[in-house]
Design a binder for this molecule. Sequence first.
Ligand SMILES: [Zn+2]
Ligand SMILES: [Zn+2]
Length: 281
Amino acid sequence: MPYIGCHVSISGGVENAPKRAADLGCDTFQIFTANQMQWKAAPITKHSRDIYLLEIKRYDYHYVVSHDSYLVNLGSPDPKKLAMSRNAFIEEIQRSTFLKIPYIVFHPGSHMENGDDFAMQTIAESLDYCIETVTDSTVALLLENTAGQGTNVGYTFEQIDTIIQRSSYPDRLGVCFDTCHAFSSGYDLITESGYTDTFKQFDNVIGLDYLKVFHLNDSKKALGAHVDRHHQLGEGFIGMEAFYRLVNDDRFAELPMILETPGDDAHYAREIKLLKDAIKL
Ligand SMILES: [Zn+2]
Ligand SMILES: [Zn+2]
């Protein structure tokens, strides 16, 4: 059975997240380990970490996913911004390692009018630099596919594969598949044949072994719109069928699947239950 969960807040301290997630019915969850809109992160104390790890044990979570800050652009052509991004990413790896989090999900980056190839090369070099700087970590860095909004790269499987192949550490990398982003970038998930074809392409181009986490989001925008607008499951253009297929796909039966849909906690609890009830595996 896949692990179903959602993004939860760390307000009041990271140690509050495991219970908050459990109360919503999560068997996995995603957090920001720091304020995602600020460059300077407050350090996590050892006390906080120790309580957090006890809570992880208490609720028996196998997977926790950290989502990197939205400010980070590992493909930036601006040397100052690139240095800030790399430093922030290094700190993210350090915090996640400290919390024994196995996966960091990050948006690959944007080229700011310097072209996709430039960004892909810079991102691969950034990943190598960060991996080489934090020598005591084994955390896997998961490139999230993007909707291709603005100058973001990572909106095709080929681009994600290129970044992985250009890195010297492909074993430390993986992919987080966001359903809204994939659909918005042009991969059909609505029909059975679209679904089958999308994952066949993923396997041919990147390899399903690299797929470690799902973000389950419906889309407010149509197929190929290249706009990143999440919607509640079944309310958007993708529709419920794709999500029922995903949670029952035995290729993904051991993977964490995380909701990032808009709304309050009650809607998360409702969507988690909806998905769990649909699992026939
Ligand atoms: Zn996502
Ligand atoms: Zn998104």
